[in-house]
Write a protein that binds this ligand. Structure first.
Ligand SMILES: [Zn+2]
Ligand SMILES: [Zn+2]
Length: 248
């Protein structure tokens, strides 16, 4: 299956990433990607952009050279179960990912699970990122059932075990098998930190194959499926993208 949408990328706004938004637009055309989300790290990480970065994302057009761009964030979950961006900025974004990153101290599985449940139930997050990371263990059944009940998507991350987060693969297969059972919405992200990795779903393809997860769970199969999902979460419809994708 060729996926037309990549919902997790980082630009030069995060210092440990190396491509601009325009680099991604040009690469999208080469890689057959119709839509991608710009999801730089929330301000709590050492090399993340200032909060104004997220406040000003509206200057990026939703459509450039017929490629669709979603303005987003990969927010950090804090030790009190909140996110590292104020609602006034979060509310302006098209898509909100959140996950565990090194801003948080070492906790146990029960505590990570409790924090992630709190974030899912807050209604502020559309997708939880790379939950298969062995560094931040969570109880998958609790998280997936909570995500299902709250219409939050579970990410399968295609950098996990490849570029970073070694040891994620078997966990991701477990997550995907359980998601199949529970009926979760699944989001795929390359987590590209350089444009050449945009739309690289080699790792998630393996996870999908090994788990037997059906494509009907995965929103990246069509841009309209992504827009429908985001609107079902309460985001305003983006007219220019609806116009663009009536062609598909
Ligand atoms: Zn991340
Ligand atoms: Zn990321």
């Amino acid at each position: 299956m060729r996926f037309l949408v990549d919902l997790h990328t980082h630009t030069v706004a995060s210092d440990h990433a190396y491509s601009t938004v325009n680099d991604y637009v040009m690469q999208a055309d080469k890689s057959g990607i119709a839509m991608f989300a710009v999801t730089d790290h929330g301000p709590d990480l050492e090399d993340a952009p200032h909060k104004w970065h997220f406040g000003n994302l509206h200057v990026i057009p939703h459509v450039v050279d017929n490629i669709a761009i979603l303005r987003g964030i990969e927010a950090n979950i804090r030790a009190d179960g909140t996110l590292d961006l104020d609602d006034v900025y979060l509310n302006r974004l098209d898509i909100v990912l959140a996950g565990f990153h090194p801003n948080i101290d070492k906790l146990d599985e029960a505590e990570y699970t409790r924090l992630m449940v709190k974030v899912i139930e807050s209604g502020k997050v559309d997708i939880v990122s790379h939950i298969g990371n062995p560094r931040y263990p969570v109880d998958y059944k609790t998280i997936l059932e909570c995500a299902k009940a709250n219409n939050v998507a579970i990410e399968l991350n295609s950098s996990s075990g490849i570029n970073t987060r070694k040891g994620s693969h078997d966990n991701c297969v477990k997550v995907a098998k359980l998601a199949k059972e529970i009926g979760n919405t699944i989001s795929l992200g390359s987590d590209a930190h350089v444009c050449y990795f945009l739309g690289n779903f080699k790792e998630t393809d393996k996870v999908i194959e090994e788990s037997g997860l059906g494509y009907d769970h995965i929103i990246n199969t069509s841009p309209m499926k992504v827009l429908d999902f985001l609107e079902s979460r309460g985001h305003e419809p983006i007219e220019s993208l609806h116009n663009l994708f009536t062609l598909y």
